[in-house]
Design a protein around this ligand. Sequence first.
Ligand code: 6PG
Length: 238
Amino acid sequence: MKLNILANKQEVAVAFSEYLKEKIEASKGALHVALSGGSTPKAIFDYMAENYKTSIEWNKLHLYWGDERCVLPTNAESNYKMTVDHLLSKIDFPEANIHRVHGENTPADEAVAYGEVLDKNLGKVNDIPQFDIVILGMGDDGHTASIFPHEINLWESANNCEVAVHPESGQKRITITGKIINNAKEVAFLITGAGKAPKVKEIINKVGDYTSYPATLVAPTSENLLWLLDKDAAKGIQ
Ligand code: 6PG
C-alpha cells in the first residue's frame, strides 16, 4: 500500500488527476475505471475538465460507477449526474464509453444487470471481472463504495453487485462488492476531510473497531493500493 498525504482536497484532486493522466497515456488500449461519488471526485472532475480538456485521449477511458444511488440520472443525488455536471458535460467524451448504473430501475434487477455489464465488458482474472482502476472514497463511518458497516456482509457477496441501504436515509444504492474491488489492477482510495481522521487512524493502526469498517477490507490482490489523503484526514496517523 502506498500512502500519500497532501495539503488539502484540491491537492488530492491534482495528485489523482496526474496519476490518472499517466495511466491513460501509458495504456495501449481501453482503460476501464470505476468512479465513486462524493465531494472528493467532484474536485477531481472539476480539475480535469479545467486542465486536461484536450490533452487526454478521453476515448481510451471507459467509465463505470463503483456505487450509485437508486434515483433517476437527473436527480441531484445521482453520482452519474455529478460526473456529467463536473466532467462529462465539459469535455468531448464518447457516449458509448459511459456505462452508468440505471438507478431508475428496480434495485434488485439493476444489481443483476450491472453485474452482467461488468461480466460482459471487463477482462477476467480468477474468473472475476477486473477493473483497471477502482476509485474509492470512505465515509466518516468507514463505509466505502456503498457498503456500510451495518451491512458489511455485502462485502463477501458472491455477486458482482449488491443492493445496499444507507443507514440513515434508507436510500437504496447499487454497489460493487469486495470481490470486484479486490480484483482490480489498481485501487485508489481518496480520503479527505477531518471527519475521516478517527477511522483512518483505526484502520491504518489496526486498532479499535477497525475490523468493523468496510474500508478496512480494501486490499487488492494486486497490492496496487494507493491511499491519497489530505492532512485533515491523516491527522491521526502523522
Ligand atoms: C457515495 C460515495 C461514497 C463516498 C464517501 C466519501 O456514493 O456517496 O461513493 O462512498 O465515496 O462517502 O465521500 P467524500 O469524497 O465526499 O468524502
